[in-house]
Ligand binder design. Structure first.
Ligand SMILES: Nc1ncnc2c1ncn2[C@@H]1O[C@H](COP(=O)(O)OP(=O)(O)OP(=O)(O)O)[C@@H](O)[C@H]1O
Ligand SMILES: Cc1cn([C@H]2C[C@H](O)[C@@H](COP(=O)(O)O)O2)c(=O)[nH]c1=O
Length: 216
């Protein structure tokens, strides 16, 4: 069996994670086949997708900030158990669009609940499982939000609609996490043209895949 890899994509709204992932799936699937599993949070299985629908309606639903933090964490737990852990146990490469850093940045930073508090509640859910590599796509909040507003054709959800100061705090928290955990979290300037962002991501993915060894 080959050594499993757990890779996560992170970033503020409109950073381009989904576009990059779609482009690279098209390149990597012919090479890796079933060895590559791509997924997203919140979601990736029926229970977590149901939680996503509660978390991300288009209109404000009056949700309490701590309830929000707990629901993202619950969705994460189910996603881990249903999708991520079985794939890693089978030696696969898992790429998840968002993971625990999203909660640290959005609920810890954006909502002001505190990164340490959000880290603590997440320990129960993730049981120590951290990514081998996190790629952080960095854009100023204004740039990302402008992309979302220009392109989402009516599907602007509850979090997209938060004010600019919320989204700025999300980005600041991501930058601080990246600086504190720079061995794990690699930063890409996502204001570059998409083709360049894809190329930078490809380089990081191929670097870590080259370290993957055969194991018993
Ligand atoms: N580097 C780029 N330059 C210009 N436009 C981009 C770039 N990357 C992505 N976009 C556009 O920005 C929009 C948002 O991109 P995408 O959905 O991939 O971002 P995301 O990080 O997945 O966002 P979210 O997390 O908010 O869903 C899309 O319309 C996409 O075409
Ligand atoms: C995992 C996670 C996500 N969020 C927020 C971030 C985004 O606004 C949405 C996810 O939407 P996307 O289009 O799939 O990126 O949810 C969050 O606030 N906390 C989290 O833990």
């Amino acid at each position: 069996m080959t050594q499993p890899l757990f890779i996560t994509f992170e970033g503020p709204e409109g950073a381009g994670k989904t576009s990059v992932l779609q482009a690279l799936i098209a390149e990597l699937k012919p090479l890796l086949g079933d060895d590559l599993v791509t997924t997203r949070e919140p979601g990736g299985n029926p229970i977590s997708e149901a939680i996503r629908a509660i978390l991300q309606p288009e209109e404000d639903n009056g949700m309490d900030d701590r309830t929000e933090a707990l629901l993202y964490t619950a969705a994460r737990r189910q996603h881990l158990v249903s999708v991520v852990l079985p794939a890693l146990a089978a030696g696969k490469i898992v790429i998840s669009d968002r993971y625990v850093d999203s909660s640290l940045a959005y609920q810890g930073g954006g909502r002001g609940l505190g990164v340490d508090n959000i880290w603590q509640i997440n320990q129960f859910a993730i049981d120590g499982l951290m990514p081998d590599l996190t790629i952080y796509f960095d854009v100023p909040a204004e740039v990302g939000l402008a992309r979302v507003m220009a392109n989402r054709q009516g599907k602007i959800d509850r979090l997209d609609k938060e004010d600019l100061s919320f989204h700025k705090k999300v980005r600041e928290t991501y930058l601080s996490l990246q600086s504190d955990f720079s061995d794990r979290i690699k930063i890409i300037d996502a204001t570059q043209p998409l083709t360049e962002v894809i190329a930078a991501t490809r380089t990081l993915l191929f670097e870590i895949m080259a370290t993957r060894k055969e194991s018993l």
